[in-house]
Write a protein that binds this ligand. Structure first.
Ligand SMILES: NC(=O)C1=CN([C@@H]2O[C@H](COP(=O)(O)OP(=O)(O)OC[C@H]3O[C@@H](n4cnc5c(N)ncnc54)[C@H](OP(=O)(O)O)[C@@H]3O)[C@@H](O)[C@H]2O)C=CC1
Ligand SMILES: N[C@@H](CC=O)C(=O)O
Length: 427
């Protein structure tokens, strides 16, 4: 289902790798139908003769179809098709993080009931085998945290802005041309795609549901070229991070937002379409997986891996299907996730001011009253063009709620034209 960036790559691999699939699994895999919206569209490469259909029933009602591979995207109608495929006793492979985040536990329960596989490696981290890793190799661990870059589009945009001073719009257009972005890139640039992925990874890692809507989510569209300059001056890179940490009170802190990361940190060195997932477990310690997080070939690798792992078990009555470890009976409430207000973090604050004179003293007073200590200050002269000056402050760790409260007061100062940015610093 779907013959776009990912589906097109999978269809090609099924043909190009036919011999090695037969050799590795003992079975040949035949592409029987491909569901698209528009069967008249010119496609490169052209799909095999006679497989295209616009009618999902051709797949769902065909008793010869054993595995349904969904690469359409979106919750509807993909979610309903997957449910019907499982209900009909077909194995399912999906690259769809939105469906897995919204309906994963229900679909998994159905897969268990029907004794079929539901595999979703490509739904998070593109070509990085993080889903399988959490479901099997790391299963013995009590996972304490995930810190990750899990959106290829935003990481590509941030890299282009930092390295080549590209405009946001140009960098996004390039990411779309390369097939990294979602059909509607809003999900990428507003952090929603990463929140779906963090919901999937967090649920697998912590064995409880981390609903995507309970994850604090911020996008990257408010970042300006100045932020990259100041971050670099301070020794940081700007990355969009997806973080889930089990706190000492048992609640999970889960958030997706831009962050300043020290330039010598491994996550600061993850560039372009690359993603990285750092997992900390009680047994394994810290592990980092790094690889391409989006794009045709890398994602095809993940989808094909799922297909072949299903094919390998076919015909072997004694081998139970490798069901995923996501706890379908887990806690489905938002109460497992703590609000962002309680976060303690260091911050980068950028203010545009009408005048330089006295502004730092006034801002420092407000921050001090809120128990927020200033770590560094960058003060730029008034720009004759705009008639405004920039004030950049970094703080020592403080409570998010206190910082937000203080910044509301800072914004009310007559001399402050705008609080342009508040970015958390991840050491
Ligand atoms: N692109 C990437 O790098 C990655 C994508 N993913 C995920 O994979 C999935 C697919 O992404 P991608 O390949 O980029 O998406 P594309 O937009 O490139 O392709 C989507 C395909 O699905 C078909 N399609 C969409 N809606 C329908 C519908 N209602 N009925 C029938 N066919 C439909 C389209 O048909 P038509 O061609 O006729 O328009 C198209 O062939 C998404 O869930 C995405 O999040 C995961 C990892 C990486
Ligand atoms: N749009 C997504 C595609 C992969 O999941 C991204 O950019 O990471």
């Amino acid at each position: 289902m779907g013959l776009g960036t990912v589906g097109g790559g999978v269809a090609l691999a099924l043909t190009d790798h036919a011999n090695s699939i037969q050799r590795k699994t003992g079975f040949s895999v035949n592409l029987r139908h491909v569901l698209v919206r528009d069967s008249e569209k010119t496609r490169d490469p052209a799909p095999p003769e006679g497989v295209l259909t616009t009618n999902p029933e051709d797949i769902l009602a065909d008793p010869h179809v054993q595995i349904v591979v969904e690469t359409m995207g979106g919750d509807h109608p993909a979610g309903e098709y997957l449910q019907r495929a499982l209900d009909a006793g077909k194995h399912v492979v999906t690259a769809n993080k939105e469906v897995m985040s919204r309906r994963g536990p229900d679909l998994m329960a159905l897969a268990q009931k029907k004794q079929v596989n539901l595999l979703f490696e490509a739904s998070a981290g593109g070509g990085i085998p993080i889903v399988g890793c959490l479901m099997s190799q790391l299963l013995a661990n009590d996972i304490r945290s995930i810190r990750s870059i899990i959106n290829g589009t935003t990481n590509y945009i941030l890299t282009q802005m930092a390295w080549h001073q590209a405009s946001f719009a140009d960098a996004l257009a390039e990411a779309q041309t390369r097939g990294y972005a979602e059909a509607d890139p809003t999900n990428d640039i507003e952090g929603i795609d990463a929140a779906y992925k963090l919901s999937v990874l967090g649920s697998l890692a912590f064995h409880r549901r981390i609903p995507h809507h309970a994850i604090h989510t911020e996008g990257i569209s408010q970042l300006g070229p100045e932020d990259f300059r100041y971050a670099s001056e301070l020794g940081y890179a700007i990355k969009s991070l997806a973080i889930a940490v089990v706190q000492s009170n048992g609640l999970v802190q889960a958030r997706v937002h831009p962050a300043l990361v020290p330039e010598n940190h491994l996550l600061a060195k993850v560039d372009g379409v690359y993603n990285a997932v750092e997992v900390t477990g009680d047994l394994c310690g810290q592990i980092i997986l790094h690889g391409q997080g989006a794009g045709r070939e890398a994602t095809t690798s993940a989808v094909m891996g799922d297909i072949l792992s299903i094919v390998r078990t076919m015909g072997s009555a004694n081998v139970p299907p490798p069901l995923p470890a996501l706890d379908v009976n887990g806690d489905d409430t938002d109460s497992a996730v703590c609000p962002i207000d309680e976060l303690s973090s260091a911050y980068y604050i950028r203010l545009t001011c009408a005048d330089q004179a006295g502004v730092l003293a006034q801002v420092a007073q407000i921050l001090g009253d809120g128990n927020i200590s200033i770590a560094t200050v960058i003060q730029k002269d008034t720009d004759p063009g705009s008639g405004t000056a920039q004030l950049v402050i970094t703080t020592y760790p403080a409570r998010e709620a206190d910082v937000q409260f203080a910044l509301a007061a800072v914004a009310r100062l007559g001399v402050v034209v705008g609080v342009n940015n508040l970015i958390r610093i991840e050491e």
